[in-house]
Design a protein around this ligand. Structure first.
Ligand SMILES: Cc1cc2nc3c(=O)[nH]c(=O)nc-3n(C[C@H](O)[C@H](O)[C@H](O)COP(=O)(O)OP(=O)(O)OC[C@H]3O[C@@H](n4cnc5c(N)ncnc54)[C@H](O)[C@@H]3O)c2cc1C
Length: 329
């Protein structure tokens, strides 16, 4: 007798059905958009998709999720040990779910949440995690970005369970529609690892759109020369209903907080319009924004590498060009 994941295909060989566990990212009240991007990636793998949602009181987020089309199950685990979404405890939950249901794929967004979680799960299951996936060719062949986006790798994974973090900007968001997936409770016994405890968090509030989901982003670099001068970019952003981002050099110099950083070690964005102001275009910065649909660069150096990826370039002193642009809008 075979388990429900095993069948005989037309050539008479045994094969496992694809069954994916998608790890939802949410804040208990609402799903975070990357979950819908990761769901699209999960659908490309094929087979059954279950979603795991772990939190404290995550009923509202689970209800939103159950409306997604193409899900067979929403597994809900609620416990105080998931307060703050600490990776240690949620990893223990995922490993327990994997031992019970034997998924062929475990998938999450390549966000800070997914990036801290999945390597732990992979280590516990003794397989290699596959990070930063930007394309799915088949159930075992994936395209990923390596060397800060300077090379694209196609890899075939042979591990029995494939653990993938997927880049949100590479997959359209799956719509939450008229789906009605079954919602099941998952026990969370044994998930309080006592390795970390959540103390508090402070969320920065802004009236501007969120950086990773904004349609327009205005980013500043070291060329701005001070934090005060970022006001030029905030004024422009307000006219365009844009989010403000920054290069790492601007963050390291203390001009702006590090949650604004775009790039390899910052946020990955792909807005309709990205305006890079006083940014040279180092590969680590490009890794975070080169998938933007239209890129505009303002730089006084005509040889700045940013012009190689820009659709429109303006060789100019930003201190003149930006106020002029803002005034004309
Ligand atoms: C492991 C690693 C990870 C990294 N991760 C990131 C990352 O996530 N994101 C990131 O951004 N960087 C990252 N970096 C740093 C990266 O290599 C660059 O140092 C950084 O991106 C440079 O920032 P910048 O373009 O603002 O500064 P600079 O390279 O100093 O460029 C400033 C630009 O401003 C222009 N300029 C100056 N004055 C004016 C003016 N008045 N008008 C118009 N233009 C002007 C100059 O011509 C110049 O091109 C990383 C580096 C490493 C090693």
């Amino acid at each position: 007798m075979f388990s429900r994941h095993v069948t005989r295909n037309v050539t008479g060989q045994f094969q496992r059905f694809q069954s994916t566990l998608l790890i939802a990212e949410h804040n208990n009240e609402n799903l975070l958009p990357i979950t819908q991007n990761a769901l699209t990636a999960a659908k490309k793998i094929g087979g059954e998709i279950s979603v795991l949602i772990a939190g404290t009181k995550c009923g509202p987020a689970a209800e939103q999720l159950a409306k997604a089309e193409g899900l067979s199950k929403v597994l809900v685990a609620e416990s105080d040990s998931f307060k703050g979404f600490t990776a240690e405890n949620i990893a223990a939950l995922i490993v327990a779910a994997q031992n019970q249901f034997k998924y062929t794929h475990i998938i999450a967004g390549a966000s800070s949440f997914g990036k801290t979680l999945l390597p732990r799960v992979a280590a516990k299951l003794d397989v290699s995690p596959i990070s930063d996936v930007i394309g799915i060719k088949s159930a075992d062949t994936f395209i990923r970005s390596i060397y800060a986006g300077n090379a694209i790798q196609t890899l075939q994974a042979t591990d029995p369970v494939k653990i993938l973090s997927v880049r949100g900007t590479s997959f359209e968001a799956s719509q939450l529609g008229s789906g009605s997936a079954a919602v099941e409770k998952l026990p969370s016994d044994g998930c309080d690892t006592q390795l970390t405890s959540f103390i508090s968090q402070e969320l920065s509030k802004s009236d501007r759109p969120e950086l990773t989901s904004a349609k327009v982003v205005v980013s500043g670099g070291r060329g701005l020369k001070s934090g005060d001068n970022f006001k030029l970019l905030y004024d422009l952003a307000d006219k365009l209903n844009a989010a403000v981002g920054a290069s790492r050099a601007a963050v390291d110099a203390g001009y702006v907080p590090n949650d604004l950083q775009v790039g390899q070690t910052g946020k990955i964005v792909a807005p309709d319009l990205y305006i890079a102001v006083g940014i040279s275009g180092a590969i680590q910065h490009l890794a975070g924004m080169k998938d933007s649909k239209t890129i505009v660069a303002i730089n006084k150096d005509p040889d700045a590498p940013i012009f190689q990826v820009a659709d429109f370039g303006l060789v100019a002193d930003l201190f003149k060009a930006v106020p002029e642009m803002t005034q004309k809008l």
